[in-house]
Design a protein around this ligand. Structure first.
Ligand SMILES: Cc1cc2nc3c(=O)[nH]c(=O)nc-3n(C[C@H](O)[C@H](O)[C@H](O)COP(=O)(O)OP(=O)(O)OC[C@H]3O[C@@H](n4cnc5c(N)ncnc54)[C@H](O)[C@@H]3O)c2cc1C
Length: 374
């Protein structure tokens, strides 16, 4: 019997795997895709998680990550404001980052299977997890780290699945001119586009749009020309970059509805527990931080310092809510502001008069620097 089975080997699942294996627990990850793999993501990570990554033995800069400390924000019409990022961050592709974490998890003694989980049954105080090819795994705990939207969410009819998920994400890597230390967020009608550098001098351009805005065109090239290029910064950027992917990657049905941290005793980690709007540039930070909270709670349990399963579940849920509630609310408010061109234009005019307010707003969607002791 395994101590912990983790479903999903993305950021949260692999961080959990490394931390728990390091603590001497018997851990297995089931991930449906092979490594390495590109993912739709802005690929800017807040420095708040850097000390924790270093504690786990991961140094993104040794793999070519790029330090970022400047932020630029523009409206649909191209009005722009620039500021220093309060905490800063770094750019690294998910292709590279997830692969480093995968290798580290194996090094720590964790096993990883490439399969799709289709069913999780809990009875007699243990889990039986079944995969599409019929394999079964038995474990004391299951961590659900299956991301934004999975077949398992549908299987369990989790509440957010019933609600509308009207966002489409598009991402590509490019070569061209763009400052190494800058992350830019350019607004366009129906969405926003993040631009920043990752390793090997690549520029990541990743945007999220309301599906309604996209539906009229149903073609990425035309949509970009007709909608994104209304913002002069995006028009100038796309005019000088060369794509490195044959076609951009896309994901649809992205939802920001609140989720629950526990379902049928499955402990949710990362986006499966809750997701902040990507415009805050902190989803990966949150996924990594939630994996830390959950790993610590599980280690306390196995050391005999947690009364029972229900106590562990309630402590983790409380910690998750206390840690992330404020930034999730701030993210929702910013997203609403971005949705209305007029309000956003007015807000940006205000920020041009009081530029010190922008770092203050950014801080509301981020946490303090993580260390394993806190
Ligand atoms: C458009 C967009 C831009 C973003 N930009 C940024 C940014 O710049 N900065 C930032 O910090 N955050 C950003 N985010 C958020 C960030 O991508 C996520 O918060 C982060 O990927 C969460 O990690 P995770 O491990 O929870 O999920 P994932 O990384 O999605 O991992 C989930 C894994 O579970 C696997 N899986 C699912 N179902 C099964 C199953 N049944 N069996 C086996 N495996 C399964 C999947 O294959 C996947 O590998 C962005 C998000 C979007 C949508």
């Amino acid at each position: 019997m395994l101590d912990i089975l983790i479903i999903g080997g993305g950021l949260a699942g692999l961080i959990n795997a490394i931390h728990l294996s390091k603590a001497g627990l018997q851990v297995k990850v089931i991930e449906k895709n092979a490594y390495p793999k590109h993912k739709v993501c802005g690929e800017y990570i807040s420095n708040e998680v850097l000390p924790y990554l270093n504690y786990l033995g991961i140094d993104p800069f040794a793999e070519g990550a790029v330090a970022i400390d400047q932020f630029s924000l523009s409206t649909v019409n191209g009005k722009e404001i620039n500021t220093h990022l309060p905490l800063g961050g770094f750019g690294i592709s998910r292709y590279t980052l997830d692969h480093i974490l995968y290798r580290k998890a194996l090094e720590e003694g964790c096993t990883i299977e490439q399969e799709i989980v289709t069913n999780i049954d809990f009875s007699n105080d243990f889990f039986t997890t079944t995969t599409r090819n019929g394999a079964q795994y038995f474990s004391k705990f299951v961590i659900g780290a299956f991301g934004k939207r999975s077949n398992i969410d549908v299987h369990y009819q989790r509440a957010f699945i019933q609600q509308k998920a009207p966002f489409l994400g598009v991402k590509g890597h490019y070569l061209g001119d763009f400052p190494d230390n800058l992350v830019a967020l350019h607004n366009f009608k129906g969405g926003y586009c993040g631009v920043s550098k990752v390793e090997n001098n690549r520029i990541n351009i990743c945007y999220l749009t309301d599906y309604k805005a996209f539906k009229k065109y149903r073609n990425i090239k035309i949509f970009q020309e007709e909608v994104l290029f209304k913002n002069p910064h995006l028009k100038a950027l796309f005019a000088q970059v060369q794509p490195l992917f044959e076609a951009p990657l896309t994901i649809s049905q992205v939802s920001f509805s609140p989720k629950k941290t526990i379902k049928n005793h499955i402990l949710m980690s990362g986006d499966a527990a809750g997701m902040i709007h990507p415009l805050c540039g902190n989803g990966m930070g949150m996924a990594i931080h939630s994996a830390l909270l959950l790993s610590q709670a599980l280690i306390r349990f196995f050391e005999g310092n947690s009364a029972d399963r229900l106590n562990l579940e309630s402590v983790y849920t409380k910690q998750w809510e206390t840690t992330f509630r404020k930034r999730l609310i701030a993210g929702r408010i910013f997203n609403t502001t971005f949705k209305s061109d007029r309000i956003f234009e007015l807000g940006l005019s205000g920020l041009l008069l009081f530029p010190k307010l922008l770092p203050f707003f950014i801080e509301q969607t981020h946490g303090k620097t993580l260390s394993v002791g806190n």
